[in-house]
Design a binder for this molecule. Structure first.
Ligand code: 5GP
Ligand code: ZN
Length: 114
């Protein structure tokens, strides 16, 4: 998708410091962090929203969550706790339409989310 910000990060057109990379997934720090650790885990494949996933993406979604858990360990927030979040569409506040899993931690968080 030529106009997608996260596709440009995947292709290297926009440079970013990656914290994780494999053949299907990349991860990098959020530009506007909402917690001491705020990492975005994204698929290389362009998928606009969670509403666009199907059976063919089950393994990918599982791998994204496993990557988040791995990075939580790397960040030292695994024991104390962390949060993973997908925002889908307007009511959830999605602003970039290439799915991404937020990994947040390093501070105590409230519930319910705002
Ligand atoms: P959403 O609101 O769609 O769930 O999350 C999009 C996230 O992408 C936001 O937390 C925002 O700060 C982050 N973001 C937007 N543009 C960039 C960028 O160019 N680089 C990085 N690293 N993060 C970005
Ligand atoms: Zn994209």
């Amino acid at each position: 998708m030529s106009n997608c910000l996260f596709c440009k990060i995947v292709s290297g057109e926009i440079s970013t410091d990656f914290v994780y990379k494999d053949e299907n997934i990349i991860a990098f720090r959020d530009i506007n962090p909402q917690a001491p650790t705020h990492i975005l885990i994204i698929p290389r494949e362009h998928i606009e929203t969670l509403n666009d996933i199907d059976q063919s993406h089950v393994e990918l979604l599982g791998a994204m969550q496993l990557t988040a858990s791995y990075l939580a360990k790397e960040e030292g927030i695994y024991e104390k706790g962390f949060r993973t979040v997908f925002n889908c569409n307007r009511d959830a506040g999605q602003t970039v339409f290439h799915i991404h899993l937020h990994l947040l931690g390093g501070r105590s968080m409230g519930w319910p989310p705002g």
